[in-house]
Every structure is written in C-alpha cells, then in structure tokens.
Design a binder for this molecule. Sequence first.
Ligand code: AP5
Length: 215
Amino acid sequence: MRWIFLGPPGAGKGTQAARLAERAGVPQISTGDMLRAAVRAGTPLGLEAKRYMDAGQLVPDDVTIAIVRERLAQDDCRRGFLLDGFPRTVPQAEGLAGVLAELGVGLDGVLYFDVPDEVVVERLSGRRICPECQATYHVRFDPPREAGRCDRCGAALVQRHDDKEETVRERLAVYRRQTEPLVDYYRRAGLLKRVAADRPIDEVEAEIRRLTGVA
Ligand code: AP5
C-alpha cells in the first residue's frame, strides 16, 4: 500500500489520507504536518521553513527530500504509507524515486485530486484546525459537534496562517507552476488515477477506496 496524494491546496488530500491511512493501517506522511511541527518546536528547520510557508512558497527541495527519506526509513513504513503533499516538484519526484530504490520498494499509484480553483478558495477559507491534536474541520462541510471546539480534545479551533485569501492565491499559483507538471510526469509513468474531488467527503472517500482497493 504505497500511494501519493497529489493535488492543489485544499483539495481534500489530508482529510482523505487520514481516513484511508486509518482504514489501511499505514502511516499518513504529510510534509506540511511535519514542517508545521518543526515550526511549533522552533527547530532550525522550522525557523527556515516558516518563511516559505507563511509566504505560500515551497520549502526548498533538499529539505523536504531529506525529511521524507528519514521518515520512510522508519519501521512503521514497512507495510506501506500514504504520502500527502509530497512530492510537489519534479526534483522531489526524482528524489523520491531514489529513496524508494534504496528501500527496494515501488509505488502502487498516484491519486490526483481534481478540483476547480473556486472550490479550493471556499474550502480553505472555511478550514479550521485544532492546534493541539491537528484535527481538521470545515465550518460548513465538516463542522465540529460544538462550534469552534475540537471533537477529539476540546481545544479551541484556529485558522491556519497560510489560509488567508492572498496567501491562498499565491499557493494556487505556486501549485500551477511547480506541482501541476507532476500530473503528466506520473501519467507518463502509468501511475496516475484521477479522483473528481469536488464532491462530498464521503463520496470522495468511497471513490478512493474503490481506486486503491482498500475495503
Ligand atoms: P500542506 O500542509 O501540504 O498544504 P497543501 O498541500 O496546500 O494542502 P492543504 O493542507 O492546504 O489541503 P488538503 O488538500 O490537505 O485539504 P484538506 O483535507 O485540509 O503545505 C503547507 C505548506 O508547507 C506549503 O505551502 C509549503 O510551504 C510547505 N510544504 C509542504 N509540503 C511541501 C513539499 N513537499 N515541498 C515544499 N514545501 C512543502 O481540506 C481542506 C478543507 O476542505 C478542510 O476544511 C476540509 O474539512 C474541507 N474538505 C475536504 N474535503 C472536502 C470535500 N470533499 N467537500 C467539502 N469540504 C472538504
């Protein structure tokens, strides 16, 4: 079970990766979550990454390839993994191919989350996250039971710094320029499967389970 979740910001990659990872019993590996954890911990990596993240830019390839290489070498990845938000550039995809070759494993496929820009803006402007346990909600599409409070741990929900409208527009532009070429890259490799992600969360999940063969 080794899949990449690829698509624009706010397409629902994290929401679906969390569901599928739990069902399949493999780790969800989100470079965004790992970088945000480094920012919260105030490590040198976090301090460097924060500048890029707050501006809606990508963190340099050598940094993200190094953290993914280290993570994939851990024991819990032996049975598989879901890569959420990595790779995001052609050099990252090439770096990943090298890491997988070192580990002697291959990919099952790449799920491409296809959604229009206006849906992205609507989803990100309504997204709320838990600063304690990192659970994700949406004020309209996936609200917590009690408004503004995390279902899991009760903490007050917050908006992500990079979900401000001007940063979202920049993230979308960066996606088109640097990440969208990967759609063709993986199509040519015969690995790409498209998900129409502009549908309710449960419908998208059912489609992903069908495509990945997770019961
Ligand atoms: P990252 O955290 O990876 O952000 P992203 O790719 O921009 O993706 P998002 O987390 O914004 O969206 P998502 O697709 O996971 O959507 P979600 O499920 O939350 O990266 C952040 C930053 O870190 C980057 O800008 C960059 O600086 C850096 N970075 C990370 N990885 C990097 C890399 N590899 N290289 C370089 N830099 C890197 O859903 C969004 C909202 O919609 C939620 O509120 C959710 O509840 C709701 N929702 C989800 N699905 C549906 C649905 N079907 N219908 C209605 N609402 C839905």
